[in-house]
Structures are given as C-alpha cells and as structure tokens.
Design a protein around this ligand. Structure first.
Ligand code: C2E
Ligand code: MG
Ligand code: MG
Length: 592
C-alpha cells in the first residue's frame, strides 16, 4: 500500500486493553469494527484488520487516509461523514477501499459517534463486505449495533478510570498530575488575556503530630474535612488539589498580589475553627507560600517551585502565616491589607475630607470653579495619597460609597459658599471608572443635586481617559444621560490615553484637561510644547474647552495663553485648599 502514514507522535493505542471477553467476541464477529479518534485507529478487531489485509498491530495509530487509493476522494468521504455525524445521523455509504496489497475492497461502512452527540470524541466504524447477502447483513447490523454500544460503554468506563487515576481517593480533590494539566491551561489563558494568576502552596503545621498521636484514621478524617473547607473557600473556577500527604495547592486565575493575600487570609480563617473528629476537638494551622504569574515564573513548574520555597520561608518563621516568594510582594501585600482594613473604617471614623483647588479663566483671570480632591488622614498611616487609596478603594469595592461621599460633600460645600455670598463657581468632582459602570449613577447625581439645591450646570464631572476607554459603549451611554441633564463632563489627564477624535465626539465631553506631565515640560521640551499646542487647537476645532493642570510657572502660563488655552489650574495660582481657605482666596481676588 502506498502512502502508509504512521505518525508515532500522535499514536494513541487504547489506554486500557479491552476486557478479554469483549475482545474475543469482537474478533469473532464477521464484520470489521474500529474505533477512530481524530481519524486515527485507536482500536480495531481482527476482522477489520483482515478485510484491509493488515495485522491489527499495524493498523493502530494509522490514519484512515491509508485505506483509500485517492486522497481527494477520501477527504470527500471524511467530510460527508463528519457532516452526517454533526447532524446527529449515522453515516452510511458503499465504499471502495484499498487493501494493503493494493487490491480493491468493496464494502459497506456504517459510522456512529462513540458518544452520542460528540463525534469529536471518537467514532465507531463498522465495515461489512459488499458481497454479503443483505438479509444476513441486516441481522449482522443489529448484532453489531449492540456491540457498538458495548464499545462506547467501554470507552466511557476507560475515560472514567483515567479521571479516577487523577483524583485523590481520600479527599476527592484532583492530584498533582491533574492539577499540572489544568494549571497549564489556566496559565495559557492568563498569558493570552494578560492577566495575573496566583499559585498557593498550603502545608499543614505539625500534621505529623496528629497522625502520630491520634492515629492515621483521625488524620485522614481531618484531611477530608480540611479539603472541604478549602474547596468551599474559593471560587468555582479556582483549582484546588491535594499534592502530598498534608500538602495542598491552589491555582487562582485572574488574581494579583492583593487578591492572593486576601485568599490566603481567608484560607487561614476558614481552616482555623476546631474540627469535631472521633469525639475530639482538633485544631490545625497551616502555612501558605505564594507565587504570582508572570513575575515569579512563567510556567507551572517554576511557580510551584517558588510557592514551595515561600512555604518553607513561612514555616521557618513558626508557621500559621503566608509568605510571598518575592519580598517586595510581601511588603506590598502587607501594606495594602493594612490600608484596606483602615480604609473600610475611614468613612465612619470621619477621616476623609475634601480639598479644593481653584480653576482660573485665562482671559478674565477670575476663579470660575474648583476641583474637589479627596484627602485621607489616618492616625498611623498619616496622609495617604489619593493616587494610592483610590485604586485600593476600587479593588475592594469601596469606591461607590466613597465616590458618593465626595460628590455629596462637594455639592453641599458649593451650596454653603453660595449661601455665604461667594460668586458663582462650578464644582468639579472626579469620577472613578467603576462609578461609570454603575447604572444608578445618573439617578444618584439627580438626587444629590436636588438635596443640595443645585442645578446640573453647577456640577462638572472629571473622568480620566482610561476610565472612559474601559468600556466605551457603557461610557458613551452614561455620559449621554449626564449630558441630557446638562451636567458637564471633562476628560481628565488628557493625552495619557489613546482616545481618538471620533470617540471624544461620541463621548459628548465638554472639556479636555491637559495632563500635567505635558504642562510640566512646556519650558524644556519642544515635543511637549507641540503636543499641548495640538491638543488646544484640536479641542477648539471640536468645540471643546481646554484646561491645563499642574501649571507651576509663569512661563508655562504664558505659553498656554498664547495657544488660546481657556483655563488653568496649578500651584502657580493655588495649592488645593480647605473650604475656609478657598473662600478667603476667592474673596481676596475680588478685592480691587
Ligand atoms: P487629578 O484629578 O488629575 O487631580 C490633580 C492632581 O494634581 C491632584 O493631586 C492635585 O493636588 C495635583 N496638582 C494640582 N496642581 C498641581 C501642580 O501645580 N503641580 C503638581 N505637581 N500637582 C498638582 P491629588 O489631590 O493627589 O489627586 C491625585 C488623583 O487622585 C487625582 O488626579 C484624581 O485622579 C484622584 N482623586 C482625587 N480625589 C478624587 C475623588 O474624589 N474621586 C476619585 N475617583 N478620584 C479622586
Ligand atoms: Mg481631576
Ligand atoms: Mg488630572
């Protein structure tokens, strides 16, 4: 036979020998039976091999292409077969195949999926010689159909057995082998989506002591109970496996340093309460080592090794703690957790305040508005920068409450100034990307304005370019709702993102805030001068206002004026001020 294509690397002989009885029955059958996967023979009976003039062993792993003289015609057969199976039908056709010696074999083929509805999982082929009388072949078909079902059952059992070999018998968790396979897949997905992933290695502290003093049966029961607690502490898509006597591993997709620290904390808390086992109250602690993809390693082996190293570090410090592989990550996680706990209490403890920075009209020199900037003062942590706590508030779901607090307080402050006779100002409030995701945002703004007795024109919302780009469709919809109410929107830190002009138009923004990084170097960097000039001219041609932030020098101001920038904000005019200071600042300017 020509074109015998054997591909040893894809050769997959049946992973379990057929049970003796079944194998003998199939071999005695006067019809050829074969099981194919990805068009290669996984199993065939003696009759099948005999019809094609082969020995059974020679057919295993062979591509079905080899049975036909003409590759193109055979590709057509394969296509028709696949189409029939996908449509849920049995594929039946009279075929002329080619024996090993080159002679033609006229036969009738009948093909069914190994598993109903899943032809990709494999197919069962039945060949009968065309010369056989039809009535005999009908009886045969019935017989063979029964056998086909038996083969399918066998394949399913084999698959189940394979799965069971990957499951830890005691805890029913995956073992290290299965974890390695699933983790490789999770890492590939993390890589494709540019997402982090955490690998946690959990080792029980002094488990040997339980085993030695109370016996293995008690130890086993403890492991089972612990495994259940671990599994129920994490998300469905997280992987949990038992990888050694008292060692467990977790693989957490889409989890960074901060998230991993949280899970480690949670695992410690969840596994700590006493276990009622054999009329005893047992307690056990664990040590956890953490490695993060991609910083600590790019494949499962490396990440495992590093999480393992980290767990040893944890043990050395006495156990019952978690440790990151990298010291920098350890510090980051500790500070972030401390800060998060503090942040959760900061609102009720009234540690937040607002500072107000004037925005100055460059033609009239008047203060036209102020930007409200959040300030957090913690007794131990000191003054924490919003650049640090805002992202944290976003990560731990506090930004909604915090943002609402800032909005409401800013609105009421504006009303208070107005009642005290200060000239009309607009209040600019920063919005985080996450607030933009909240469908109730426009309604919230309505009610805050109403409560404070303000109109939409009194408020201006600042949104960073990045926030608007995260979910552009959603941003457009929300901004449209705000625009219809008459609330103005400015794009903050403009120039640091990648917004297109057409996108800016669709956002219906009113103002661009030129990012301070460009303003800073106006005096020294010709590129920055060109960028700032271009932003101002582009904005004006689109009918958008411009405001420059971070203006610190007269030279910067002069350049911005020359280019026709509308407004400016920065230390040159004033640092962010308390409410009382701002009031004094504005009144001073009013004096002739
Ligand atoms: P931003 O909205 O771009 O605010 C401007 C930042 O530049 C403020 O920093 C302000 O103090 C600072 N700044 C103003 N003039 C100058 C200057 O002349 N030179 C220099 N070097 N800096 C100047 P701050 O207050 O630390 O706020 C940082 C960021 O935190 C803000 O950037 C804003 O994105 C965010 N943020 C502040 N308050 C809130 C809030 O209530 N909600 C939300 N979502 N974000 C806020
Ligand atoms: Mg801002
Ligand atoms: Mg800004």
């Amino acid at each position: 036979m020509t074109g015998l294509q054997r591909a040893p690397h894809t050769l997959q002989p049946p992973s379990m020998p057929l049970p003796d009885g079944l194998s003998a029955v199939l071999d005695a059958l006067p019809a050829g039976v074969a099981w194919l996967h990805e068009l290669r023979v996984q199993y065939c009976n003696a009759t099948f091999a005999g019809m094609l003039g082969h020995a059974v062993q020679d057919l295993l792993g062979l591509s079905s292409r080899a049975w036909h003289a003409d590759d193109t015609l055979w590709a057509g057969v394969e296509r028709r077969c696949a189409a029939a199976l996908l449509a849920g039908q049995v594929f039946e056709e009279a075929l002329t195949l080619q024996r090993q010696d080159g002679s033609a074999l006229r036969c009738h083929a009948r093909v069914r999926p190994l598993h109903a509805g899943r032809p990709e999982a494999g197919t069962v082929w039945l060949l009968t010689e065309a010369s056989q009388p039809t009535d005999r072949s009908d009886a045969l078909q019935q017989q063979v159909q029964a056998l086909q079902e038996q083969v399918a059952q066998y394949a399913e059992n084999a698959a189940r057995a394979r799965r069971q070999a990957d499951i830890d018998e005691l805890t029913n968790l995956p073992n290290r082998m299965l974890l390695a396979r699933d983790a490789a897949q999770a890492i590939a997905q993390a890589q494709a989506g540019h997402k982090p992933l955490a690998v946690l290695y959990l080792d029980l502290d002094r488990f040997k002591y339980v085993n030695d003093s109370l016996g293995h049966r008690v130890g086993d029961q403890l492991l089972v109970a612990l495994a259940q607690r671990l599994r129920s502490a994490v998300r469905e898509r997280d992987l949990v496996a038992r990888v050694g006597g008292d060692e467990f591993m977790l693989v957490l997709p889409d989890t960074d340093v901060h998230g991993a620290a949280h899970v480690a904390d949670k695992l410690m808390v969840r596994t700590a309460p006493v276990y009622d086992i054999a009329q005893r109250e047992l307690s056990i602690t664990s040590s956890i080592g953490i490695a993060i993809y991609p910083q600590d390693g790019e494949d499962f082996d490396m990440l495992t090794q590093r999480a393992d190293a980290a767990v040893h570090q944890a043990k050395r410090t006495g156990g019952s703690v978690y440790r990151f592989f990298t010291p920098a990550m350890q510090n980051e996680a500790v500070r972030a957790l401390a800060m998060e706990n503090a942040l959760r209490r900061a609102l009720e403890r009234q540690q937040f305040s607002l500072a107000f920075q004037p925005m100055v009209d460059l033609r009239s020199g008047q203060v036209t508005g102020v930007e409200a900037l959040l300030r957090w003062r913690h007794p131990e942590l000191g003054n924490v920068s919003p650049a640090e706590f805002i992202p944290l508030a976003e990560a731990c779901g506090l930004i909604g409450t915090l943002g609402e607090w800032a909005l409401r307080n800013a609105a009421f402050q504006l009303k208070a100034w107005r009642d005290r006779g200060l000239p009309a100002l607009t209040m600019a409030v920063n919005l985080s990307a996450m607030q933009l995701q909240q469908s109730e945002l426009p309604a919230l703004i309505d009610s805050v304005l109403h409560e404070a007795g303000l109109t939409p024109r009194d408020l201006e919302l600042e949104l960073t370019e990045g926030a608007a780009m995260q979910d552009p469709q959603r941003a457009i919809a929300v901004l449209q709702a705000l625009h219809q109410r008459g609330v103005r929107v400015s794009i903050d830190d403009f120039g640091t993102g990648h917004s297109s002009l057409s996108y800016l138009k669709r956002l219906q923004a009113d103002k661009l805030k030129i990012d301070q990084s460009f303003v800073r170097d106006i005096g020294v960097d010709a590129d920055d001068r060109a960028i700032v000039a271009a932003i101002i001219h582009m904005a004006s041609s689109l009918g958008l206002q411009t405001i420059a932030e971070g203006v610190e020098t007269e030279a910067q101001l002069r350049f911005l004026r020359q280019q026709g920038c509308d407004e400016a904000q920065g230390y040159l005019f004033s640092r962010p001020l308390s409410a009382a200071q701002l009031e004094a600042f504005v009144r001073d300017l009013q004096q002739p």
